[in-house]
Design a protein around this ligand. Structure first.
Ligand code: ATP
Length: 478
């Protein structure tokens, strides 16, 4: 079942997963903060990623590098000259958009084929991102692409809009230097390649992982957390030799690993996940092979992650700009070469959104009075559910119940994120936990006070309650 993004956003706001950014000052459109449950969900996804890819592997190390970098990094990487989108304005209402995305939507909506467009604009692919500005201009006018806001077809010509956020750093004597907030985390891995090689026991092939904030001045942020200007990435660079047979094998291997991670660790619906190989015309200029991992969002198939073979482009560029030797010497053969790289790159913010969309459900059930009711639930897997146990004393004024419930909270919260809730009727408290998909609700009642040994535990899937010993609670989550 697919639900509208509006219902998911309303639920996320109501249940403390996300709040509009700077709300009390009137909000800045399309920017969000993660609320208490969203923050915990993010942490659980990040932990699942770090554990699976860094902790459990012998050939991977992690890095935590800064957001601000020497601006030369971005000259070397090509971001200063080419990290841009084609911006167009509607002459009538001043609406602003990306030319390539407008065209892509128009092609999809009208199911246009390459044969139908190639003679009019001399395009040899259906990937507007790869077209020249002249081809984009010709398409917008030939196919009368409408402004989504006012319906006019009068667009300015595309111009390059660099997506990097610029700021200034004080140097000396009131001299300020332009620097950038990083638009991706990967470059610091390349910059630190030699440091890692010289100070750890890593030998090629090996992986380096990095998680952190990235900033992009997106022309059209939107779709909730999907496209925002400040977001988090989880990126890995795999340094390997330049052997075509081997890197094809590694790419396939890595594709399977990523697919398994999404399905088995984050519990994403398999049927809503697909891998799309980039058309050669669509490839970034430094890449020889790219896969987009796409998810079926309420507005269609869009990128969730990508896996790219970046060749030796980045290390060669940093070698050229920094004058430092980035070559690797094979300890067995003595061969010296600049390593090649495969990059799987995830958006953590986009992963949080995907987990919410994938889990959200409106479920019909029969209540205790045999009446049909609907409950909103988010089917998070227990590994990523923000709260694992809710501890509910049945009567909040009963001192004994409170004492037992507090002790259970105290003991369980050492290992699990728990919530203590003594507010309102028990049915309402269960509903609240269902909405955030807490796997287990533990209720302390009169009998708990009599035997000091048992509580009831409610399973969110079946809504059944069982009486168990307090000492057996932790086994439930496993
Ligand atoms: P898109 O085509 O959606 O703009 P991209 O190809 O520019 O994405 P990459 O540079 O490949 O994105 O970044 C890797 C990952 O970072 C993406 O797969 C996505 O999950 C995430 N990401 C990129 N831009 C944003 C953004 N503005 N907001 C949230 N996540 C983002």
């Amino acid at each position: 079942m697919t639900y509208s993004l509006d219902s998911i956003v309303a639920w996320a706001k109501r249940r403390a997963f996300a709040f509009p950014w700077s709300d009390i000052y009137g909000w800045l459109a399309n920017a969000w903060d993660l609320g208490p449950y969203g923050a915990q969900l993010r942490k659980n996804i990040l932990d699942a990623w770090w554990k699976h890819f860094v902790q459990e592997r012998q050939d991977m190390v992690g890095l935590d590098a800064s957001i601000l970098m020497n601006p030369k990094v971005w000259e070397a990487s090509g971001h200063v000259s080419s990290f841009s989108d084609p911006l167009v304005d509607c002459r009538k209402c001043k609406y602003r958009d990306r030319a390539d995305k407008l065209i892509e939507d128009h092609i999809a909506k009208n199911k246009l084929t390459l044969d139908e467009i190639k003679d009019k604009i001399w395009a040899d692919s259906l990937t507007p991102e790869a077209w020249t500005f002249d081809q984009q201009t010709a398409f917008l006018s030939e196919f009368k692409v409408k402004c989504p806001k006012c319906g006019s077809c009068d667009w300015t010509e595309p111009k390059k809009f660099n997506l990097m956020f610029k700021t200034q750093q004080w140097v000396i004597d009131w001299e300020w230097k332009d620097i950038y907030l990083r638009p991706e985390t990967a470059q610091w891995i390349f910059v630190n390649f030699k440091n890692i090689l010289d100070t750890t026991r890593m030998r090629i092939p090996f992986w380096v992982a990095q998680v952190g904030k990235s900033f992009r001045n997106e022309i059209t942020p939107g779709n909730f957390l999907f496209r925002v200007r400040e977001f988090e990435q989880m990126e890995i660079e795999f340094f390997c030799e330049n052997d075509e047979k081997k890197w094809l094998e590694w790419l396939q291997n890595w594709k399977d690993t990523c697919e398994a991670w999404w399905i088995e660790k984050i519990w994403i619906n398999k049927d809503k996940l697909r891998f799309r190989e980039h058309d050669p015309k669509e490839l970034a200029f430094y890449s020889k092979w790219t896969w987009d991992v796409e998810y079926l969002f309420p507005w269609g198939w869009w990128e969730l992650q990508w896996i790219a073979y970046r060749t030796d482009y980045d290390l060669q560029q940093h070698m050229k700009f920094s004058w430092r030797d980035m070559q690797y010497t094979d300890p067995m053969t003595g061969a010296r070469y600049v390593p090649h790289c495969i990059e799987p790159s995830w958006g953590l913010t986009r992963a949080v959104l995907t987990a919410m969309i994938d889990a959200y459900d409106e479920e019909e059930y029969t209540n205790g009075n045999w009446e049909k009711e609907t409950r909103t639930v988010a089917h998070f897997h227990k590994n990523i559910a923000p709260i694992k146990f809710a501890i509910l004393p049945l009567v909040k004024k009963d001192e004994k119940q409170v004492e037992i419930a507090e002790k259970i909270f105290h003991d369980l919260s050492k290992d699990y994120f728990c919530e203590y809730d003594d507010n309102g009727a028990i049915g309402k408290r269960y509903r609240r936990q269902d909405e955030i998909w807490t796997p287990f609700c533990i209720t302390v009642d009169q009998q708990s006070c009599e035997d000091w040994e048992t509580v009831t535990i409610r399973d969110r899937d079946t809504m059944e309650q069982k009486r168990i010993k307090i000492s057996e609670i932790a086994d439930y989550i496993n």
